[in-house]
Design a protein around this ligand. Structure first.
Ligand code: SF4
Length: 347
């Protein structure tokens, strides 16, 4: 009797990894998924917070993929280890702050470690040759193989026929003939295959699987590092970059102004970690202050915060500033006119 071979699949929550895993299941391979949590994942987070996105499904797409496939999913927190990948990417960044090639190498390397520890035989990913400019370029796919240490135990079922045969193919664990030869940016073949398999309502993130491919998010991250004079972050920092308007009127402080009720509630959870500005006389946003405020700064910050309240055109607006040690100052200010809020303050 032949041994049933086991593959660990990198499951991002997107369509490609879903299809790659399904192709392996159809070949009788035992598949379990790994989803790495970096903190930058797009799915769920902003949709879960913002009221305007309420209609969008709040689900963990990786878990949804596993459920569609009927496989076990291991969600692994790599927040700490991932810092070095993002802060010092050997292969640099993509169009924004996305270190995709280093990220792939790191994740495949982690999957290899998991594979060895758990007695699995090979790794599969949903990579498609030429689909993404940074990590899936034809000449870069071998870099992932080599630098991750996965060597020929890394199988990419969606484009395997364009690549040299891997160990699972050579050993006959999987039938190479039934693997695919996708390449390039055209998503139609994947969509047709999804239809064939009966997968509907799969996630289609526009930019990529994480916020690091987003230009606005990336500029906020760069601003954070510049303001702190070091490239470092905690999970709270990167969560907050996903929420609110970020305004830096002075180098030494930044305001995070909520844009709506859902964000107000989310930011309320950070009251103990930041000074806050609340508009008392009108409906208005909760504002977190990242940095130290002098007396002058306090006036300026409160005037900006009031600009985003319903009292924006009022003569006076009453605000309360609560500092980190719990001291409060209550005063009236005139909201800053829109024309005085400089464009370059928006991070
Ligand atoms: S988009 Fe983000 S998670 Fe995906 S490979 Fe690039 S850096 Fe990694």
């Amino acid at each position: 009797m032949s041994t049933q071979r086991k593959a660990v699949a990198l499951i991002s929550g997107g369509l490609d990894s879903l299809l790659a895993a399904r192709l392996m299941l159809d070949q009788g391979i035992h598949v379990e998924g790994i989803n790495f949590y970096t903190g930058f994942c797009v799915e769920g987070h902003t949709h879960a917070i913002r009221k305007k996105d309420k209609a969008k499904p709040k689900r963990n797409n990786a878990l949804w993929s596993a459920e569609q496939l009927g496989i076990k999913l291991h969600i692994i927190d790599i927040i700490e280890e991932y810092k070095d990948v993002l802060i010092n990417p050997k292969h640099g960044y993509g169009a924004n702050m996305n270190p995709c090639l280093d990220c792939k190498i790191f994740m495949v390397g982690k999957a290899k470690q998991w594979m060895e520890e758990n007695g699995f035989d090979f790794i599969i990913t949903g990579e498609v040759m030429g689909q993404r400019p940074m990590s899936q370029r034809k000449d870069l796919l071998p870099v992932v193989v080599k630098e991750s240490g996965a060597d020929d135990r890394l199988l990419r079922p969606l484009c395997a026929q364009n690549l040299a045969a891997t160990l699972p193919e050579r050993e006959g664990w999987v039938n190479r003939e039934k693997l695919l030869d996708y390449s390039g940016r055209n998503r139609k073949p994947q969509m047709a295959l999804a239809k064939e398999f009966g997968f509907e309502d799969y996630a289609t993130p526009a930019g990529g699987c994480c916020f690091l491919t987003d230009a606005n998010y990336s500029s906020k991250l760069v601003d954070l590092w510049q303001a702190r004079n070091k490239k470092d972050y905690e999970l709270d920092d990167i969560m907050l970059l996903k929420v609110g308007r970020h305004i830096r009127p002075e180098a030494h402080y930044k305001l995070i102004v909520s844009r709506e009720d859902g964000e107000n509630k989310f930011l309320s959870g950070y009251r103990k970690q930041f000074s806050t500005i609340e508009i008392k006389s009108h409906n208005g946003p909760l504002t977190l202050v990242d940095g130290e405020l002098s007396e002058n700064d306090m006036q300026q910050a409160a005037r900006i915060a009031a600009r985003f309240s319903q009292g924006r055109d009022a003569e006076k607006v009453n605000v309360t500033v609560t500092s980190l040690n719990g001291e409060t100052s209550n005063f009236d200010i005139t909201p800053m006119p829109a024309s005085e809020i400089k464009q370059e303050w928006y991070v």
